[in-house]
Design a binder for this molecule. Structure first.
Ligand code: GLN
Ligand code: ZN
Length: 763
């Protein structure tokens, strides 16, 4: 029988119940009992929903109060010494200190989970401690599920992925710890078996990456050791095709293998060819990472192929990966346009899609006749709808020329021209764009959205704020000003709302980390810009000062990666479309007298494909998209970009290729270490290494910032250097920003004094 199965379900609750519960617990408003009860209630709802959808394997252990990798650290007793854990079961206190830190202890490191926007807590391994079973969570949840009559399939992160995604404190290969770790996994599997689990799901997304020898060996050793002692094992891979790791995956002594057929779309034939006798194949057909309704007919074609080869007892239907990365329930979207809504499926709807595919394979297509009719209609609608397909945009895309991605002159020439027209001092000061988002600003924006404040009132409130920000910057002596972005709640949403081809959900939240959720915009169609988006604000701000006012835009790559993106054309095409829309905005800003324009691209690094051999293709279209958005301007218009993600080393060439006149980056927390990539690469254009850590409420002293600037001036040409904070100031308070920026300007003046011979842009 073809089974309908799932790999994981969002844990945040359709009404964000988990956020409310955890945050109230942290504030001391509810008890531990209350928090645990809230968790039980979310699990119960999720499980019953999956049962009702007709699933035969329902994941248990995918729920977490913060993060599943953190749960694994707790389960395996990988608790760093600094949390003073007593060695007994890891309680909520220790657990949340590891996640968030507390008044005395720093939190564990957090970073992105593969190429998703989900952040996990990075396991830390210390020489001094050994692994041991230290949490009852998964076993308790198994009992809970059994009591509800749920066909439970416990989920664990597999040992190789767990170790690979962690860090040994001494810098050694964490895979060396595998022999110490495996006995604990064995114990867990034995317990799960004694609880009646028939299957266990071991997530090994590492199998989608370029593997080291120790990882390959680790996978072999681990599954040889774990096989046969507990429940039957499903190894789940996702986020990419298996490619050269296929022989390894197929050779593991496990009973079932899950593959992602959305990301690794073409791999079915080769997997069917490589699968050993008896191994079950779980087909990841329903996209766990995007919000589009499944093309049931296309899925059935793939699944039928698998059934023909393997027989129905060896085929399972599943989402491509855990549904964690998808919003929960489309039924809760009550104001979304009905046609757009008909194209979408959130996690709950995806469960039914999985179930329908399995049903059709078991009982014939007639059993899902209505669902197939609807699915076919949606496929047709999306292929032809004028709301998606804009001939004007397509025409522009067809007439893209390489020259549209080239500035008129080379940087060295532009630099001289800009020096003349902008007449800035050396070590010019600027900020990254946003100023504190005060309660007044947020209230005005909310009231305007609700309709209780009219356009005139709203505009006046924003203009007042802008005037204040301009006045302040002039007063302390900033050289290139910003308007402060008071009109923006979010750097992507603000532009998405004004671009055609974008839409928004009311409740489409997905977990970013812990209790922080995001609601990504949805790019459903060809993107274009009906009218200027920022020109009014920027020109108003410019009208208040004779100093250069920096126009502020979110770049095409960031607009793409922080949204749900259409799956009916390559991402690169969508990115170029956004770039064209931004190009128009850039030119309108220039025409309105804005002489400096910043195009933020904080997401450039996270768009990197998981496999290195795909990097070049990606970086090429990403860089070209940026250049397309920027390159239309005259030589005198100075283009800035900003990035705030660490580690530029492996993409520094591409950052250079973006050819922004000035780049600002986050460097202060690493004490300028992150500059190294730019220094080694001999980055030719101008650069503002952040001297003020905006993530901390602490006000940096003039002297500290001077030291950082001197450090930078020792390794860069002083005439290249700008002075700015690490990132935007929107999360800070005025009480911190005022003294911090005053000190920053002071530091710039002092460093200018130390390099009297250098005239700005002299090199
Ligand atoms: N211009 C944006 C700001 O200042 C940049 C934010 C970001 O880099 N994430 O807020
Ligand atoms: Zn930033």
């Amino acid at each position: 029988m073809v089974l309908a199965t799932n790999l994981g379900f969002p844990r945040i609750g359709a009404k964000r119940e988990l956020k409310k519960a955890t945050e109230s617990y942290w504030k001391g408003e509810i008890s531990e009992e209350d928090l645990l009860a809230a968790g039980r209630e979310i699990r119960r709802t999720n499980w019953l929903m999956q049962k009702e959808a007709g699933l035969s394997h329902i994941p248990v252990g995918d729920f977490s109060f913060y993060d599943i990798m953190l749960d694994m650290s707790a389960l395996l007793g990988a608790v760093p010494d600094r949390y003073h854990w007593n060695g007994g079961p890891v309680g909520l206190d220790v657990y949340f200190s590891m996640a968030r830190g507390n008044s005395k202890l720093t939190a564990m490191e957090m970073t992105k989970w593969f190429d998703t926007n989900y952040h996990y807590i990075v396991p830390e391994f210390e020489q001094s401690h050994s692994f041991k079973l230290s949490s009852r969570k998964i076993f308790d949840e198994m009992e809970e599920a059994k009591a509800l009559g749920i066909p439970a399939r416990p989920v664990l992160i597999g040992p190789v992925t767990f170790l690979s995604m962690g860090k040994a404190k001494d810098g050694s290969d964490p895979l060396a710890l595998l022999p110490q770790l495996l006995p604990v996994y064995k114990e867990i599997l034995e317990k799960l078996k004694s609880q009646g689990a028939e299957w266990v799901q071991m997530d090994e997304p590492m199998l989608a990456l370029d593997l080291s020898e120790s990882q390959k060996e680790g996978l072999k050793t681990a599954y040889a050791a774990l096989h046969g002692i507990g429940p039957k094992i499903l190894v789940a891979t996702y986020f990419e095709g298996l490619r050269d790791n296929l022989p390894l995956a197929a050779s593991l002594p496990v009973e079932a293998l899950h593959i992602d057929l959305r990301r690794g779309a073409g791999q079915l034939d080769s997997v069917l060819g490589a699968l050993p006798e008896g191994m079950i194949l779980s087909l990841g057909l329903v996209d766990g990472r995007n919000i589009w309704r499944n093309n049931l007919r296309a899925s059935l074609d793939l699944a039928k192929k698998a059934v023909a080869k393997l027989g129905s007892d060896r085929v399972w239907i599943a989402p491509s990966c855990s549904l964690l990365h998808s919003p929960i329930d489309l039924d809760r979207e009550t104001v979304m346009d009905p046609q757009l809504k008909s194209w979408l499926a959130f996690a709950k709807q995806k469960l039914f899609e999985i179930s329908w595919i399995a049903t059709a394979l078991e009982r014939g297509e007639a059993a899902i006749a209505n669902e197939l009719v609807t699915s076919d209609a949606v496929v047709k609608d999306r292929a032809t709808s004028p709301r998606i397909h804009n001939p004007e945009v397509k025409k522009r895309m067809d007439s893209l020329l390489p020259s549209m991605m080239e500035r008129k002159s080379l940087f060295k020439m532009r630099q001289v021209i800009q020096q003349e027209s902008l007449a800035l001092p050396k070590f010019p000061t600027t900020t990254i764009g946003s100023f504190p988002q005060t309660a007044t600003i947020r209230e005005a924006r909310a009231a305007f959205k609700k309709g209780t404040l009219d356009l005139a009132g709203y505009t006046a409130a924003m203009k007042e704020e802008i005037a204040e920000v301009v006045r302040f910057q002039e007063e302390i002596g900033i050289d290139v000003l910003v308007h402060g972005e008071p009109e923006r709640n979010d750097m992507v949403e603000y532009f998405g709302e004004q671009l055609a081809g974008y839409t928004f959900s009311q409740n489409g939240w997905v977990q970013s980390y812990g209790s922080r959720y995001v609601k990504p915009p949805i790019i459903f169609g060809d993107v274009s810009r009906p009218r200027p988006m920022t020109v009014e604000w920027s020109s108003y701000a410019q009208s208040l000062t004779s100093l250069p006012m920096k126009g502020m835009l979110t770049g095409p790559i960031t607009m793409l990666f922080w949204s749900f993106v259409r799956d009916d054309q390559p991402k690169s095409d969508t990115c170029y479309q956004i770039a064209l829309a931004l190009r128009d905005e850039v030119l309108d800003l220039e025409a309105a007298g804005i002489r400096v324009i910043q195009i933020d691209e904080p997401a450039i690094r996270e768009g990197l494909p998981l496999r290195k051999d795909n990097w070049e293709t990606y970086l090429k279209w990403a860089v070209n998209s940026f250049r397309l958005s920027a390159a239309g301007v005259r030589d005198e218009t100075q283009i800035h970009t900003h990035m705030c993600y660490a580690e530029f080393n492996d993409i520094i060439h591409s950052i250079g290729d973006m050819d922004a006149d000035v780049i600002s980056i986050e460097t202060s927390r690493s004490q300028m270490e992150l500059l190294e990539a730019f220094v080694n690469y001999k980055y030719p254009n101008e650069i503002g290494p952040g001297v003020y850590d905006i993530h901390s409420p602490r006000v940096p002293e003039t002297h500290e910032m001077l030291v950082l600037l001197e450090k930078a001036a020792m390794v860069l040409d002083p005439s290249q250097i700008w002075v700015n904070p690490d990132c935007g100031l929107k999360t800070r308070a005025w009480a911190e920003v005022k003294p911090a920026l005053t000190n920053m300007v002071e530091a710039a003046k002092l460093v200018r004094g130390l390099y009297p011979g250098t005239s700005y842009h002299s090199s």
